[in-house]
Each structure stands twice: as structure tokens, then as C-alpha cells.
Design a protein around this ligand. Structure first.
Ligand code: IPT
Length: 994
């Protein structure tokens, strides 16, 4: 049976370019008749034109049948869901039979049946005649229909098996989704052209292979014959300036239209260049995915992907791990993205048996491997956006890869070859890795990587540019460490950047679970939520990770120096003339002045209005213009010094094809006053994450993370008890500054009349994917951090109330002495928490903070601090200091797999309000805040979002610090300075009613 052969197909026509032709064509998408059988051996009689399919179902083409009620999807990452015994496949082999009729006019003759993608194989009959068989799910195939087409009614029949020998070549980390999932056409086009358009020395050259004559009216090129090269004055194509020229090739029987972009990719002195300039790839890995349609992605969704990428400063895509729908590449040409086009080849699961029998090194598979490469290169060769060919992903090493590379070099010497799976880089032009640590990337940047055993290969690889084809695993909450990678990419010319893993969460829409992941369809073997690891949620809502990436990828940098800002152009291929620059000064988050900046197209130093000493700006002289009359400028009448921040933003001055005028491209903030306290080196007393070393700061921007952290929780606060008078005792309660306490336990029972629970120390967080897959959770559970016991040792009244406790997990001598000191303050209640660890705390802990519960009516939070989104020690680069407001619901980031989320960082004060009395919490100077309608334990227990049911309370965490996020779900954990290690410390909060 063909389906169990090594050969890739039979009866197929030679591959050719995807072209837009004026030859007649019939769109065969639409409703087909469909029957699913559990095994492959059903009679092929259905292929007869007269077969009665009235008992069959309707099924849309393109689609995947498991997403239309026939069978179910299944997810595995590396593991094959069947035994490794190529070319054999299981007897349980879901088989989809398809039929459709179509009518041809009487003057129609000849044509090709073209399938853009069928998973995993197709056997095709026309009017009962077998046309052929093909594999290669994400590659086009054409059959000659001419001999069997008849005027009037024709009947097309296709048999698709979920499993075929080719499935061994398609072990990508994604849902197994069979079906005719891309377009089907009958076309009379047969043309093939290969346009060569390069740009060197300031001019373009143009030629093409094929037949016919090429014209580019805009350039005055008319009837250029094949094989003739001409030189032209043109504007080059780049992802930043995607200049395309409409061209037409006229052949005897048809004309094809192309959009030509002139550009040259080269490698010089180990640096990747485009049009002679260094090319820094700010990329993402994109699988084709839609939560309802799987890999049958609607055109509008493809377009949305490109627009979203452009709007988030992404400039490159790796089409992991197969050629995308051809229209996606048209969009990349048009809107501007650099593309690594990857072949549909992955044999990852052979790694689980020590790569024994790896198809990439087995001559029996040679033809199939080469066939895939040819079909990709031939289809996509005319796209200016495609700058590299990738041999595939995770297919080990082997002779078939070498043959694919050799053929490609000869067919298209203009594009470098990429492949990551062979560390020797024997067949590639670039050195590519995945998930290398910062330290390793830095070493490679310096050219100081570990040598290969073979000196010749080592010398070759050492001369190559480096890229990370996957890094910063965006699973769940995260990724952390983005800024530090970018800093390295920008520092070392050899580093050509990389591609974050990955663009989208592959959560499938589910009526009960909201989004399904591996195991939700009862798969016996699966990899759970590892398929949900994207920068956008399944519905394409940008996650906090994408917002951070946008910040890190900004093409404009701001360096504040006193009364000026230096504006640095980080575009590779354009100046700043398309941008407008806006500034705003805010005092405690309230705008007091706004202005525009006149920035030269080349960037440079621009004097700022609005900084101290600059006349003409209200409040620049330190006067309070907040209008609240308390002199601190914070607009809240709270006393204390106002914080004055300058925010500068670069926005599009006019509409671009991918975003409207006013779209923000880059921004930065600078604290004008009071000056941020100097960092405490090493976080002397604090468990708080030591001040990040300057490295993470995106060069030149006033990184709010380091800026605020510097003044943040690492600083000691003397544990002095402020406040006047001793506590009052009434009705069996101790009363201090609006707080009512149980005299026996020291427990706070009411705060300004509000029923509360807590605050009490908490070290736990609902594990994030990086904590779980990276193994930290195991350590934390072993320590018992999720089951702390709290013992009250004394309750002392005097100058306020002091409750001394010991907090410790069972079965260990580790513990923490925790003293809660409550004092009356002018207008409320102060809390000082003193923490003294006992025993050897060798491991980082999830968080250090207190948790309290408020009535459910506290539904809104307004705060001054970083926002509007979530931020953890090594994430939240997209957040800025300001005044923000959100409901408790809005504070949640809806990660598909529930986990710690929604933490607001560097909060100076927050007001929790609802129907009745509100509560204001003030930090000294800052704290971290989460508020949710479920407990940490509920959050941890949940497996899908609908498991989270609002309870009767709002649970509020007031944190001193959290452990970093990192990317340990696949890759390195947090950089060491983001580890949270318990140490003797003190933190202070103030409560008052509002
Ligand atoms: C890497 C794969 O290439 C990618 O498809 C995806 O599975 C990713 O991991 C994890 O989400 S391979 C891994 C062994 C580094």
C-alpha cells in the first residue's frame, strides 16, 4: 500500500512556484461529502462517479475532520503516538473519504488538480480514474487532470489516512490533525518562473528563469527574456521598507503576476547582512493555528498575525516547522517580515530511541526528504521575504539532510541554509541553536564557544553568524530574561538575533473547558499543556509576554541625561522621519504637562521641556500643582513627596499599512523627582531580589524595573514603632488605629469595620509552568512551602501590638521568625513585618509577602505603581509607572492553564473599593499586589479556567518580593539575580480607610 511506503508519492507533476495566473481556475473549496472509517482497509469503491454517498456527512474543505465532530484531536510533543516501526503504521488508522462534483464548461480542456495541503496523505481519483498519491502534509501537490476531465459533471474523490509512512517525517510538536486542510483548485496554469531580484552597491539587478517575457511597468522593463540580467535604479526591499514592484510574465497560454522585491542576503566576516547592512532578527516562531480551525487558518487570521507582529515590533518569522499557507508569505512580502521558511520535516521521536533508524539518515527515506525540500523551495522561491531555507526541525543528523542542502544550494544560491539539529553545522550557512543560556550566547557572541572535535568544521562554524532559532519559551506566565538576550544580540555583531518560542497558544476551543490541551480528548499518550506556550492566547489576545517583547524589540531608544534625551535610531534600514515624539510629565500619575519633541530624522540629543530647571513647565520648580492642596503633588491628600515622571513616546506620524497614525512604537520613562534612592549593593538585608545588574536594562532606556527596584523592597526600614498612645482594649478585643484584634491570637478581625482575614505570611504561589516543568516546584513541595504552619509565640501590647510567630513547614527544622508590629498612625494603621529565617534556606522561594481576605464587594483596584499589566522580577518590561485602575476580574491574566498571574509591581499605594467602605494600602516604599476571587490553593488546583469559581472573598497578596519567572519550561531558569532567597528583613505597609 502506498501509505506504508518510503516513497513520497506517485503520479505527481513536478513542483513549481506558487503564482497568480490569469489562466482559468476552479475553486474546489467548499462543502464536500465525507465519511470517516476507523481503519484504512475500506473498499475504494467510493471513487466511482456513481457511488451513492447520500448516507455520508457534509464537511467543509479546507478543514480538519476531528474539529468537525469526526474523531478527536490528539497532542504529543516529541513522542510518536504509534510504535516506531517504519514504514508501518497502526491498523487503527482513521481514514477520511471525500467526494465532490463540479461542472466544467464545454470549452474547458486540460488542467491540474492542485492540493495546497493534505494531512497526512492523499490518494486522488477523477471520474473513477486514479490520478496518484502524495504525502507531505504542508506542501502542495499537483496531478494532471487533463486526460480524465469531461465537459459537464466531474466527480473528484480523495482518500486521506491520518497515518502514513510520511507521518514518521512529521513529528512536530503540535496537534495531530488530519484532513484536506488547505485549498483545492483545478487550474489550467502550468507556468513556473524563478525571479532573481537582488540589491547590491545601491542598485538592483533583475533576471528570471522560465519561459515567457518579464515586464515591470513601473521600472520601464518590458519583455525581458529569461536568462538576461539587467541593472536598475530601484528602492530595496526590507522588512522595514517592504517596497514591491508589480511584475508580469507573459507566456503563450497565460500571464502570471508577481510582486518583486529587490534585496540581497549575505554573510561577511561572520555577520548576517541584508543589502549590505547587519540584519538583526527580532523574530517569533509561528505555527499555523486557529482555536476552531486548527491549521486551516482563515486568510483574515493570517493577516491578523502579520499585523499583530508588526505592531509588536517583531520583524521576523520562522515558519515552524513547515511551509505556511502560501498567502502568509504574500503578506510577509507586502507588510514586511523577514522569513526563515522551514521544510516540513521533523523526526524528533527517534531521539527517544537514541536516533536509531532516524529517517534523516536512512537512504530509504532519501527521496522523501529531498522531495519535501524541492516542493518548498519551488513553491516559495519568488518571495523577497524569504531570506533563508531551513531543512526542518529536530531531525537529528544525517545524509538526507546533506542531500537536501546540496540540492538547495545548487537550485538557489542566493539564500543561506539553516538547520539547528546538527551541532557541526556541516550542511548550513548559519550557526543556530535553541534555548542556549545567556552565558552561552554571550560566549558565542565573542566567538569563544566550545570547539568542535573536527578542526575544519570548527573553523567553518566559527566564521558563521549565530542565531537562536528558538529561545525564551513563552509558556504561561513569562518569558523572563528577554531584555538580557536582546542586550547580547545588540552587543555582538556575530549575533543575528533570534525567534521566541512561540507565537500562539494552541488551545483548542472547547465547550466546557474553554480551551483544550493534550489529554483533554482522552489521548492515551500526550504532553498535556506543553502545546500552550505562545505569546498570544488562543484567541490572539496579546499576553504580557508579547507586550514585553514589543518593549525589548523597540526600534528607538531613549537615553535620558539631565535636561535632555538622546534618541537613538535602532532601525536597520530607515530613519526616524516616520515617527512623532510626544512627552508627558506626570506627578503621582496625574499629567501636569504634555509636549511634542522635534527630533531629527537621524535621532540625537533633544532638550526636554518639563525637567527640573527647565522654565515654562508647571511644577518643574517643585511647586505642588496636583490640586489636592497637601503639597505633595500626588493628588490624594495623603502627605509625603510626589513622584514626578517624564514619559517620552515615539508614535507613527502617519498611517502605515500595518498600523494607524499614533500607534506607539517605543517609549521610555525617567523619574524627575524625588531622585530614586541609590541601590543597596547586594540587597544587604533583604530577601528582595537584589537590584538587577544594569545588563537587563534595554540599552539607554530608563528601565523602570531597575529604576524602581533600586528604591524598592531591598532597603531596610528600621523597625521602629511609630504612633501615639497605647492600644485600647474593648469588648474583648485589642484596638489599634482602626484595627480590632483577638487578644489571645493577635489575629486581625476587623479593619476600619471591614471583616478581614489575615494578613499573614505566605511563601507560596500557584506554580507557573516554568516552576513546574523546570522542577522548582518539586523542591518547594519537598520543603513544604505549600503547607506552612503558623504558631503564635506572644501577643504583646504596649506601643501598639506586637504578635510574634514562628512560621514553618512540618518535618523540617527550617522556619521563619515573623513578628507583626501594629501601630496606630495619624490616619490609620501601620504594619511592620520582621522576618528572621532559621536554618539553612538554600533554595529560592516562590514569594515573600502577606495574604489577606476581604469581602467580595471589593471589586475595583486603583493603584499608583507599575502597570497596567502584570510584572514579575524578570518580566513586566512593558509596564510603566502611573496611576491605574482595574476590576478584580481585569487583574487576572487568563492563561489557559491556571497559574500565578496578575501581579502588579512596585505599587506605592493601592485602593481597594466597592459598594461600601474602601481600603488604602501604602507601601514603604513599594509592594507587589495581586487580588483575585479565589485562593492560591484554588488557583493551583484548577486545570482549566472554568475550574476557577469566584468565592465569597477577594484574596489579596501584598508582596515584598517574588521569585523570577525565567523560561525553565524549556530553557534556562531565572538569571541568578532574580532568585528570591530568604534573609533577615523588614517590610512595612500602612492601611487606612477611604
Ligand atoms: C523544541 C521544538 O523545536 C519545538 O517544536 C517545541 O517543541 C519546543 O521545543 C518546546 O515547546 S525542541 C526541545 C527539545 C528544545
Amino acid at each position: 500500500m502506498e501509505r506504508e511506503r518510503f516513497t513520497p508519492g506517485s503520479g505527481r507533476l513536478d513542483p513549481r512556484a506558487a503564482l497568480c495566473s490569469d489562466a482559468p481556475a476552479l475553486d474546489l473549496n467548499g462543502t464536500w461529502r465525507f465519511r470517516l472509517s476507523p481503519t484504512a482497509g475500506v473498499s475504494p469503491a467510493f471513487a466511482e462517479p456513481g457511488y451513492d454517498d447520500s448516507a455520508w456527512h457534509d464537511l467543509p474543505v479546507p478543514s480538519h475532520w476531528p474539529l468537525h465532530g469526526h474523531g478527536a484531536p490528539a497532542y504529543t510533543n516529541v513522542s510518536y503516538p504509534f510504535p516506531l516501526d517504519p514504514p508501518r503504521v497502526p491498523d487503527d488508522n482513521p481514514t477520511g473519504d471525500y467526494r465532490r462534483g463540479f461542472d466544467l464548461p464545454h470549452d474547458w480542456s486540460g488542467g491540474r488538480l492542485r492540493f495546497e495541503g493534505v494531512d497526512s496523505c492523499a490518494k486522488v481519483w477523477l471520474n473513477g480514474h486514479e490520478l496518484g498519491f502524495s504525502t507531505g502534509s504542508r506542501l502542495p501537490v499537483e496531478f494532471d487532470a487533463g486526460p480524465y476531465l469531461v465537459p459537464g459533471r466531474n466527480v473528484l474523490a480523495v482518500r486521506v489516512h491520518q497515518w502514513s509512512a510520511a507521518s514518521y517525517l512529521e513529528d512536530q510538536d503540535m496537534w495531530w490533525l488530519p484532513g484536506i486542510f488547505r485549498d483545492v483548485t483545478l487550474t489550467r496554469s502550468a507556468a513556473d518562473v524563478f525571479v532573481h531580484a537582488s540589491w547590491t552597491g545601491g542598485r538592483g539587478t533583475l533576471s528570471f528563469d522560465g519561459s515567457g517575457r518579464l515586464s515591470v511597468p513601473e521600472l520601464g522593463v518590458a519583455d525581458l527574456p529569461a536568462g538576461t540580467e539587467i541593472t536598475l535604479d530601484v528602492e530595496p526591499w526590507t522588512a522595514e521598507t517592504p517596497r514591491l514592484y508589480d511584475a508580469v510574465v507573459t507566456l503563450p497560454d497565460e500571464s502570471v503576476r508577481l510582486r518583486v522585491g529587490f534585496r540581497t542576503v549575505s554573510i561577511e566576516d561572520g555577520v548576517l547582512l541584508a543589502n549590505g547592512r547587519p540584519l538583526l532578527l527580532k523574530g517569533v516562531n509561528r505555527h499555523e493555528f486557529h482555536p476552531e480551525h486548527g491549521r486551516a487558518v482563515p486568510y483574515e487570521t493570517m493577516r491578523e498575525d502579520v499585523l499583530l507582529m508588526k505592531r509588536h515590533n517583531v520583524n521576523a518569522v520562522r515558519t515552524s516547522h513547515y511551509p505556511p499557507h502560501p498567502a502568509f508569505l504574500d503578506l510577509c512580502d507586502e507588510l514586511g517580515l523577514w522569513v526563515i521558511d522551514e521544510c516540513d520535516l521533523e523526526t524528533h521521536g527517534f531521539g527517544q530511541v537514541g536516533w536509531r533508524g532516524n529517517p534523516a539518515d536512512d537512504p530509504r527515506w532519501a527521496e522523501a526528504c529531498l522531495d519535501r525540500m524541492r516542493r518548498m523551495v519551488e513553491r516559495d522561491k519568488n518571495h523577497p521575504s524569504v531570506i533563508m531555507w531551513s531543512l526542518g526541525n529536530e531531525a537529528g543528523v544525517g545524509r538526507n539532510l546533506a542531500a537536501m542542502a546540496a540540492w538547495t544550494r545548487q537550485r538557489d544560491p542566493s539564500r543561506p541554509i539553516h538547520y539547528e539539529g546538527d551541532p557541526s553545522c556541516a550542511d548550513t550557512d548559519v550557526y543556530s541553536r535553541m534555548y542556549a543560556t545567556h552565558a552561552e550566547v554571550e560566549a558565542i557572541g565573542r566567538g569563544a564557544e566550545e570547539p568542535l572535535a573536527d578542526p575544519a568544521l570548527d573553523a567553518r562554524r566559527r566564521a558563521m553568524p549565530f542565531l537562536q532559532c528558538e529561545y525564551a519559551h513563552a509558556m504561561g506566565n513569562g518569558p523572563g530574561g528577554l531584555a538580557e538576550y536582546q542586550e547580547l544580540f545588540e552587543r555582538h555583531p556575530r549575533l543575528a538575533g533570534g525567534f521566541v518560542w512561540e507565537w500562539i497558544d494552541h488551545g483548542l476551543a472547547h465547550p466546557v473547558l474553554e480551551y483544550a490541551y493534550g489529554g483533554d480528548y482522552g489521548e492515551p499518550l500526550h504532553d498535556s499543556n506543553f502545546v500552550v506556550d505562545g505569546l498570544v492566547l488562543p484567541d490572539r489576545t496579546p499576553s504580557p509576554g508579547l507586550l514585553d517583547l514589543k518593549k525589548v524589540f523597540e526600534p528607538v531608544r531613549f537615553e535620558f541625561t539631565g535636561d535632555a534625551v538622546r534618541i537613538v535610531n535602532r532601525y536597520g534600514f530607515r530613519d526616524l522621519s516616520s515617527l512623532a515624539f510626544l512627552g508627558v510629565v506626570e506627578v503621582d500619575g496625574v499629567p501636569v504637562s504634555e509636549f511634542t519633541l522635534d527630533v531629527p530624522a537621524t535621532g540625537g540629543r533633544v532638550v526636554l521641556p518639563g525637567v527640573p530647571g527647565v522654565p515654562g513647565v508647571p511644577g518643574a520648580d517643585g511647586s505642588d500643582d496636583s490640586g489636592d492642596g497637601d503639597g505633595d503633588g500626588d493628588g490624594d491628600g495623603d502627605g509625603g513627596d510626589g513622584e514626578r515622571w517624564l514619559t517620552v513616546r515615539a508614535v507613527l506620524a502617519a498611517d502605515e499599512p500595518w498600523a494607524g497614525a499614533g500607534h506607539e512604537v517605543a517609549w521610555s520613562q525617567s523619574r524627575l523627582s524625588p531622585p530614586a534612592p541609590a541601590p543597596t549593593p547586594g540587597g544587604a538585608t533583604g530577601p528582595a531580589n537584589p537590584v538587577p545588574t544594569p545588563a537587563p536594562a534595554v540599552a539607554g532606556s530608563a528601565n523602570p524595573v531597575s529604576d524602581v527596584a533600586a528604591s524598592g523592597p531591598g532597603n531596610p526600614v528600621p523597625a521602629s514603632v511609630a504612633g501615639a498612645g497605647g492600644p485600647g482594649v474593648g469588648a474583648g478585643e485589642v484596638v489599634v488605629g482602626g484595627g480590632h484584634f483577638d487578644p489571645a491570637t493577635g489575629r486581625l478581625v476587623r479593619l476600619f469595620g471591614i471583616e478581614v482575614e489575615g494578613p499573614r505570611l505566605e511563601l507560596w504561589r500557584a506554580p507557573i509552568d516554568n516552576d513546574r516543568y523546570g522542577g522548582l516546584v518539586r523542591t518547594w513541595r519537598r520543603l513544604g512551602l505549600h503547607r506552612l504552619t503558623h504558631r503564635v509565640d506572644s501577643v504583646e501590647t504596649g506601643d501598639g501590638l506586637v504578635v510574634r510567630t514562628r512560621v514553618a513547614p512540618a518535618a523540617t527544622d527550617l522556619g521563619l521568625r515573623v513578628a507583626y508590629r501594629w501601630t496606630e498612625e495619624n490616619d490609620g494603621l501601620g504594619l511592620t513585618v520582621d522576618l528572621v529565617p532559621e536554618g539553612e534556606w538554600a533554595e529560592p522561594v516562590p514569594r515573600i509577602g502577606v495574604v489577606m481576605a476581604l469581602p467580595a464587594s471589593f471589586e475595583r483596584v486603583t493603584w499608583f505603581g507599575r502597570g497596567p499589566g502584570e510584572a514579575y522580577p524578570d518580566t513586566g518590561l512593558a509596564t510603566r509607572v502611573g496611576r491605574w485602575s482595574a476590576t478584580v476580574e481585569e487583574l487576572q491574566t487568563p492563561y489557559v492553564y491556571p497559574q500565578e498571574n496578575g501581579h502588579r509591581a512596585d505599587v506605592r499605594w493601592a485602593e481597594l473599593t466597592g459598594s461600601g467602605r474602601g481600603l488604602r494600602v501604602t507601601g514603604d516604599p513599594v509592594f507587589g499586589l495581586t487580588a483575585r476571587r479565589w485562593t492560591t490553593a484554588d488557583l493551583e488546583r484548577a486545570r482549566h479556567r472554568p475550574d476557577l469559581a469566584p468565592g465569597g472573598r477577594v484574596h489579596v497578596n501584598l508582596d515584598l518580593a517574588q521569585q523570577g519567572v525565567g523560561t525553565a519550561s524549556c530553557g534556562p531558569g531565572p538569571l541568578p539575580w532574580y532568585d528570591l532567597r530568604p534573609a533577615e528583613t523588614t517590610f512595612r505597609l500602612r492601611f487606612k480607610p477611604v
